[in-house]
Write a protein that binds this ligand. Sequence first.
Ligand SMILES: [Zn+2]
Ligand SMILES: [Zn+2]
Ligand SMILES: [Zn+2]
Ligand SMILES: [Zn+2]
Ligand SMILES: [Zn+2]
Length: 546
Amino acid sequence: VGSAAAMRRGFLEGPGKRRTEEKKAREGDKREQEREEIDPEIPACARARRLLSLESGGLLQLHIDRRYGRFARLSRSCQAGSVLLRSENYCTVVADDHVNDICSHCMKGIDRGGGARCWRCTTLFCEEACLEAAGPQHTLECSVLCERQRSKGRLLTDDETVRLVIRSLSRKLLQAEATLDEIHFDNIAELLCHDSKLQDSSEFQHRVSDARIILSWFPPVPGSPTPQEVARLMLRIKFNAHPITNGSFKRIGLGIFPSACMLNHACNYNAVYSFVPGGAELIVRAARDLKEGEQIFYSYVDPFQQRSARMKLIREGYFFQCACEWCAGTSGPERYFNSLVCNPWPDCDGHKCEAAILPDANGDEGQAVVICDACKRRHPITEMNALNKSAEEMLESALETMHKDATHGQMKLSKFLESKEAQKLHPYHLLRYQANMALAVSCFTLGDVRMRPRYLRVASDILAKWHEVDGSRLFSIQLGSMYLSCGTALLQYVRSGSCSDKSNLISEAILCANHAHSQFEVCCGENSLAVKQVDCLLGTLNRLAL
Ligand SMILES: [Zn+2]
Ligand SMILES: [Zn+2]
Ligand SMILES: [Zn+2]
Ligand SMILES: [Zn+2]
Ligand SMILES: [Zn+2]
């Protein structure tokens, strides 16, 4: 996670200034080392630098500048799907709602009533071997957890974070020294915690009082941290910990992966991450072909939600303003969201212009007109807003109808798509609406096996177009999941026996499964559970096709 202040500064200075800065940043390490001394917000990075280089096999190098804080740059070009980083965890915990069905050590699923519980603290392990492997660290953790059960202190911090704090501290207290090549608590101590901004806040005070209670559960050990240090650890967890997902992309836990924390966020990401089963490693892969020297970004939030929603999540969750090109509106489909086509129909003098006009990206806020770059036609902002508003209302009403009556709603939707208003919307702008509609419909008609695949397919294809922005193809887990649901829904429909064009539907399902396969192969790797799930579906479909 980059320095928030540095991100903000970069954002305010605008793209021109940033480009010069980027050029300057390439001028050599010497200057960079000077910057390192300039910015007091960025902690020393010797461990992070070493770990990132080691765990990426030399592919990623840690850099520091004022705009991004710490960030990782690629040392040679590589193809989509290449593994960029295998980030080892410092420790992980099982999510609150899985403490009774997932092993606390290896994170494998456990059937109800199965597994072995620690007789003292009742923590669940899948077998004695896992309990044993948890070893001396669990012995310390165990006595702390038992103390916690006895204690009356009420914490404001959520249980998952508390367990992760206990586990990190247990590991810290048992692991005294480590070489630069070993993962160590010092790797976590280097992560950003924004404490300078939060020092006087009530949030920090709450954390300190929670930390006092947590520390009281620990036996007196030499080298115990202070409550302030533990409060900072909680903040580091808040800003840096990664939710761990299983092969079906469901959240099953939380972990600290120090080297992965060196990668910055961008909504127009160029890398994606997944986990090895059990969360021992977080693996970062290239989401498109990458060139030497590119900075590596992954998205901390779902990039396919509206810009305003993303910005809010980033601002409140990570304390910075996303300055990526999609958010700044300088590239990507994002900038077309409120856009219209200049003049889709030949007017009185046969003049037609298909250029996009962008009410929010073409000039200052509060302006009265937008001038078309192509034909210099002047478009009053009020007129554009009115058109956008009426299009939105028509769509909303179609959506509402769909809720009650899918067929009627669908008619309303197609009527809208043929309307003058819809033709005025820029195609990318319209796609977003269509994707949302299609997804919504696929949910409404969940029970109706005939309707669901059709809409899912529309939504998937739209999302696929979304990923082919600016001539480059961006791979994504979301897109893979969408195609997988679509293929599965088609299979359900075929099996329901109520269809007449069975062979067509099967080949369509195979097409969807193949799309899902290529997305997952790049994002999660050939041997991932996600790819295996798709292969399983493909096997069934191929048998049916015979
Ligand atoms: Zn286990
Ligand atoms: Zn125990
Ligand atoms: Zn962004
Ligand atoms: Zn004209
Ligand atoms: Zn024009």
